[in-house]
Design a protein. Sequence first.
Length: 292
Amino acid sequence: MQPALTLTWPAGRRRTGLAAARSYLTLTKPGITLLVTITAASGYVAAAGGVLAPLLLLHTVVATALAAAGAAALNQIREAELDARMRRTAGRPLPSGALGRSQAVGLAVALTVTGLTYAAVLLPWTTTLLLAVCHASYVLAYTPLKRRTPLCTLVGTIPGALPVLAGWMATGAPVRPTALALVGILVAWQIPHFLAIGWLCREDYARAGFRILGTVDPTGRASGRVSLVYALALLPTSLVPWLDGGAGPLYAAAALVLGGLYGWRALEFARERSTRSARRLFLASLVYLPAL
């Protein structure tokens, strides 16, 4: 049983104006929220081809961003005391005292309800359902599993990968192999990305009691092997859009080059299991996805 949160405003730390706005923004994990929103928009554009409906695309982006921000805020609420134990997260709004729990809960609930209601009213029910699954899997599955099993990383790929399918379904287009390949690409990309972070920050995660692969196997052997398997799986998966006619030869060439680079960095990490190789794998992951 987890102890109840007892976070309160430290004396003299109550924030107003721009400082408060920054704290609220940080609570939504803007980097992750932006990435999720971009993947949903990418799915929409891939399904729509050259026939875009700008207003429908805008509705998809807004609904996804609101739901993702709500999930991120709820994640920080549930992990506030654990975040306080880690150097990389101790400065977040709740453990630092920049926001109170009631304020955070209010924002998280408002974002979640608004985002999913927005989707239910203006988008196809399939898109709304997928966004709800993403939200629930992140808050109710991935978040608690981080303290129980290294399989949490695999579960965590669900809220990271399904938004691209939600964006695809928003157009009303039938699901093609390209749509499923986009989901597969996001799943396979996330594993080396997060395992590299987990190994680089393994001591920090261990202090918080997270049972990720980097803490249960601090040698890095398992993280390296699993990273390599998923990085190699990206090569055939990333070529499916080209084979399906959803992308041209330039995409195929880019997929091969980028996949080869990602695979090479994963192999390097599997061999060396060093801080340098893990950091290189992480940086390669940051290049791979937006470039593809």
